[in-house]
Design a protein around this ligand. Structure first.
Ligand code: GTP
Ligand code: MG
Length: 542
């Protein structure tokens, strides 16, 4: 049957209730069954980067025979992995076993010819499959499974949550439903690798690495892709220099400061992405920000990207969150759910402003877990004590040392359930003395606030900085009132009603943000929305 391809929008991850699943792609897997050592963050990252370099992204036409196409591609080498997904069009992600297969494939790829337009000939690994002739009517019909790359709608999630047995099960269910899948993680690493190819045209040997929610185990399907360009590796090969009487250096243009150099490089890359980067649309150069960046939409992957420069401390913070998220399943489920709750209530936003960021929010969850008796997660100082000589890392003068081997961290003896932890989290922050105290996850203790910001969370590595300096008093107040409401709602509807008549537990918490459903939530939300609009307008004015 000609062109009779049926697309099934498959749920990528099979969800089992009450059982936390490994975070897609960033699970600390072991090398083999006999090897008890879990891989470190750097090892997983390196593995994923190599995988991405062996991968191509192909825009596929409707009505094509996928099986025959895969067979055609395998003339160039063994296909180790592949999957299909839909963004604006359907795409195939094809991972070869060997990088050389891509070179072989490139030998048969041609540059397109357009009628009234002209191609800008940057040869990337984003390709388009064209059909030379109509499919053979006798050819086998292929059913293509398209992997979902976005979170399920809130209403559908609420229904699922209501069917769970306990609040704890609800938190695991939410995490399993909305976390990054293996395929989405692969796509994110591929997007970084594609941007690296473009950047390499200017700066050979540079590396583009993902950080933030793509790798910290708390990423939700649909979250932005934070990436940074590492230049420092270039020209650092000084081993031979020391033994020779000669020293040859590159002639380079100079900039008056590191910040200005970063702005110039990002400006140049922004232009290049805009003019020649296949699939890069809506490029914005935000060069005057504290951390200058280029923001763009990567159309083929459907990812919104933020590209920064030499952001090694940010990668280290992401590794720290990854480590905490991998220690105990409750940590990831609680932090993931709190981040979802905050997003659902409009407490966080992808637009920069006076609101709490997901990074700060995650630190608040970790700090809360350090306060339990016995603590559920160790302090950063304790993680530093467990570090090996190879773990020692000083970045820009800041000591970022902590243990990388997960096996060295003893599991907690705390057995509290997430039912208890969720309610207590809201109570803890509903009553926290934010006016006097600062949160410090390095020491695991509250400290006197050194400055007047509304919310003070000490940067784990750059200890003189406050990661939530941007948060204003109104936004903090919204967080506190929503936390108090959360504690109250959970006390009222903690258990599943026998007749399934009302949303309960986490579903009630999330539903309280939907206007009209819960009277109390509705009134409060109108006020919040107007605050939010004001803040948005102010941030735009700034
Ligand atoms: P979403 O992008 O909102 O899904 O969450 P995320 O986990 O990626 O968090 P966010 O985008 O807020 O931050 C990404 C990374 O940037 C964090 O993991 C940190 O490494 C870094 N970062 C964010 N805020 C700060 C800050 O105030 N100071 C420093 N030094 N780093 C920060
Ligand atoms: Mg982010």
């Amino acid at each position: 049957r000609v062109g009779a391809i049926r697309f099934s929008s498959a749920e990528a991850a099979a969800v089992s209730l009450g059982e936390p699943q490994a975070p897609g792609g960033m699970a600390p897997t072991k090398d083999s069954e006999n090897d008890s050592r879990k891989k470190t963050f750097s090892e997983i990252l390196a593995e994923r980067q190599v995988q991405a370099q062996r991968t191509v992204l192909i825009n596929c036409p409707p009505n094509f025979n996928a099986k025959a196409f895969l067979k055609y591609l395998s003339q160039h080498g063994n296909i180790k992995n592949h999957f299909f997904y839909k963004s604006k069009a359907m795409y195939a992600v094809i991972e070869f076993s060997e990088k050389e297969s891509i070179t072989s494939l490139q030998d048969v790829i041609t540059i397109p010819e357009f009628k009234d337009e002209y191609p800008i000939p940057f040869k990337s690994r984003i390709l388009t499959l064209m059909l030379r002739k109509q499919s053979d009517p006798g050819s086998e019909q292929t059913q293509i499974l398209c992997h979902r790359q976005t979170s399920i709608p809130v209403e559908m999630l609420l229904k699922k949550l209501c069917d769970a047995e306990s609040v704890s099960e609800q938190l695991y269910l939410l995490t399993n439903e909305c976390q990054l899948t293996e395929e989405n993680t692969k796509l994110r690493f591929l997007a970084c690798s594609l941007i690296q190819d473009i950047a390499s045209a200017y700066v050979p040997d540079c590396i583009v690495k993902p950080f933030g929610s793509t790798v910290n185990t708390f990423g939700k399907l649909g979250c932005d892709l934070d990436m940074f360009l590492e230049l420092n590796k270039v020209g650092k090969n000084s081993a031979k220099r020391k033994t020779s009487p000669f020293n040859i250096i590159y002639q380079m243009k100079k900039a008056p400061s590191e910040r200005i150099a970063a702005q110039r490089i990002l400006n140049m890359l922004g232009e290049f992405l805009d003019n020649s980067g296949p699939g890069c649309e809506g490029v914005q150069k935000i060069l005057n920000a504290r951390c200058p960046l280029v923001r763009f939409s990567h159309q083929p992957s459907g990812l919104q990207c933020d590209l920064t420069l030499n952001n090694r401390i940010a990668l280290k913070s992401s590794e720290l969150l990854y480590l905490y998220g991998s220690l105990d399943p409750r940590v990831r489920a609680l932090a993931f759910s709190i981040r979802y709750w905050a997003w659902n209530h409009g407490l966080t936003s992808s637009i920069p402003g006076a609101w709490i960021t997901n990074f700060s929010l995650t630190m608040m969850v970790l700090f809360f877990l350090q306060q339990r008796q016995p603590p559920i997660v160790p302090t950063l100082d304790q993680l530093k004590k467990l570090a090996d000589a190879e773990d020692k890392e000083v970045i820009e003068g800041f000591d970022c040392t902590f243990v990388s081997n997960l096996n060295k961290i003893a599991p907690t003896s705390n057995t509290e359930t997430l039912d208890v932890l969720l309610g207590d989290f809201f109570e803890f922050y509903g009553n926290f003395a934010f006016n006097k105290n600062s949160l410090n996850i390095r020491k695991g203790k509250e400290q006197n606030k050194p400055e007047a910001s509304a919310l003070h969370i000490q940067n784990p590595f750059e200890e003189n900085l406050n990661i939530s300096k941007n948060v204003n008093a109104a936004q903090l107040q919204r967080f506190v009132s929503l936390a108090r409401d959360g504690a109250w709602i959970l006390q009222q509807v903690e258990k599943r009603p026998l007749d399934n008549s009302k949303p309960w537990g986490l579903a009630a918490l999330l539903q309280a943000s939907e206007p009209g459903r819960v009277g109390k939530g509705f009134k409060r939300l109108n006020v919040l929305n107007s605050d939010r609009v004001k803040d948005l307008l102010n941030s735009l004015k700034m």
